[in-house]
Design a protein around this ligand. Sequence first.
Ligand SMILES: [Fe+2]
Length: 225
Amino acid sequence: MPTPYDRTTRRTFLDRLARATGALVLAPISSACAARAAEPSKPGDPRAVPRERPAGWDPIEFNRARGNAGAIPASYLPSINGPDGDAKHLGKHLPYIPNFERARFPAGAIALMWGDSSKGYAAHPNAAPSQANPEGHWFNWIRIRKAVAGDAEERESRFSAWPHPRPGDNGAYRASRGDAPGADSGKDTIYIAELPSDVRPGDLVRIHAHCITHGEYVDFLVVPS
Ligand SMILES: [Fe+2]
């Protein structure tokens, strides 16, 4: 049984393969719209992701520790551990729910952005691959699970390209202002991700997402009505 980390490593490989070939490559365990089995909780594993929000949850400290344990690329560790690490690097990758018209995305989905300025965090930019940055910069998957102790569906939304998803992706983009998600260096981009079928407004969910440049981040949010 692969660990959550093993699965992520394989996905990263497949993501890079997809970008290199221009094709969408999917791991056997997850088609674009598949519900995922929740991974086992492994207390003591520094890369384990908690199913429920722990008492005293501190997403900055959790993600710093998990990042240093391998969930964040080594090249980014000096940034997250540096003097601006909390706001400009870790906080920048934490999800929040923007003030966005509910009518502008489907039922059964949630609108997310990264780096809540009301908490003093830097806004996360997004970028397509370019000569200067061949990898590009965006969140290529978002996994959402109801924050409960027992088994629960985890739904993965995939974003194989930015600012427009590829055919087969089940994630979508919106712009917080106007219709162009690429405005303001991509800081205007809203991610539209699918919710598991057992999630209702008011539920606490776990958001586990992957920035292709800066690694994985985890936080908990309440689904708005
Ligand atoms: Fe990033």
